[in-house]
Design a protein around this ligand. Structure first.
Ligand SMILES: Nc1nc2c(ncn2[C@@H]2O[C@H](COP(=O)(O)OP(=O)(O)OP(=O)(O)O)[C@@H](O)[C@H]2O)c(=O)[nH]1
Ligand SMILES: [Mg+2]
Length: 290
């Protein structure tokens, strides 16, 4: 099933962002450290033109530290761009932001406060970041996409305002493998995806690149190369069974995705910075059997 998710509120938020940007001096683009490529909005470059960009590799606690550092280095080679990491244990601090502003050559004006906008895909941690920088819980946060529905501006200090924005995707997710990675990590509302399809894709990817995690958590044999057997083992091990004791594919899919999204399968990097996404072995995601 092709994945696309561009509800009406995103269309509106996109227009509101386009109006706001001419009055901003800096764009903070929050990326998911597990999928820095798939979580980069291709429409943002057109919208932001040559505004300086601070890329934040957020949720770094859920990704492989070495791969995140490699991404950070590769982003730091881009012009007008500076990249930092942020995670639950080590959040981006206000002092880091002010240092980044200086590094990007921006100066606070004495007469008029400048404006910094925080943008990114849904559920990536934009509002959490705004609250942390503000030192107070001003924006609503939640572990589901599309929690923020409108812009929210706060004062960061005497020189800068900070604006939180709703999470944005784009009208067509052309790269469907990237779309599946977005879905696996919780960017797309569950009602807009086929959960079993996405979990099947996730299991393929884990079997190919992180079989030891499946072995550790579910006792799946390290040489298992069948997604169906992997699903069956999870279902039996976790009691996700339907009538007659056969595996309940839907429950199993939910279980696997919840474990993956919450970090119970350990740190995962699903893309590498050399442009080579850690590929799922199949080009077209295959649905689970009926
Ligand atoms: N593991 C981990 N979780 C994080 C991190 N930052 C934020 N989160 C969690 O990610 C979820 C989404 O956070 P939000 O701040 O609401 O995300 P958002 O980007 O504002 O989402 P929308 O408003 O829906 O676009 C929440 O459950 C946060 O607790 C992080 O660095 N690591
Ligand atoms: Mg938000």
């Amino acid at each position: 099933m092709a994945i696309n998710w561009y509800p009406g509120h995103m269309h509106k938020a996109n227009k509101e962002l386009a109006k706001l940007l001419p009055n901003c001096q800096l764009v903070i683009e929050v990326l998911d450290a597990r999928i820095p490529a798939a979580s980069s909005n291709p429409k943002l470059d057109q919208l932001c033109r040559d505004l300086p960009r601070l890329k934040i590799l957020n949720k770094a606690d859920l990704a492989d530290p070495e791969v995140v550092s490699a991404w950070q280095q590769s982003f730091n080679r881009l012009p007008h761009c500076y990249c930092l990491q942020s995670s639950v244990e080590q959040r981006l601090e206000k002092s880091d932001l002010l240092a980044a502003i200086a590094r990007l050559g921006l100066e606070a004006s004495e007469e008029r406060s400048g404006q910094i906008v925080i943008v990114g895909i849904p559920n990536v941690g934009k509002s959490t970041l705004l609250n942390h920088l503000a030192g107070r819980k001003l924006a609503r946060t939640g572990n589901e996409p599309a929690v923020t529905k409108g812009q929210q501006r706060i004062r960061l200090d005497e020189h800068w305002y900070l604006v939180d924005t709703p999470g944005l995707l784009w009208p067509r997710l052309e790269d469907q493998e990237a779309a599946y990675r977005l879905a696996m990590t919780g960017t797309i509302r569950n009602t807009a995806i086929d959960l079993e399809d996405v979990a099947w894709f996730a299991a393929e990817l884990l079997l190919a690149h992180y079989p030891e995690r499946l072995a550790e958590r579910y006792g799946i044999a390290a040489d298992c190369d069948s997604v169906e057997r992997c699903f069956e083992a999870i279902a039996r091990g976790r009691g996700a069974l339907g009538r007659g004791g056969s595996p309940d594919w839907h429950k199993t899919a939910e279980l696997l995705l919840n474990d993956l999204r919450s970090g119970k399968l350990g740190t995962l990097s699903l893309e590498k910075p050399d442009g080579q996404a850690r590929p799922a072995p199949l080009l077209t995601p295959q649905p689970p059997p009926d």
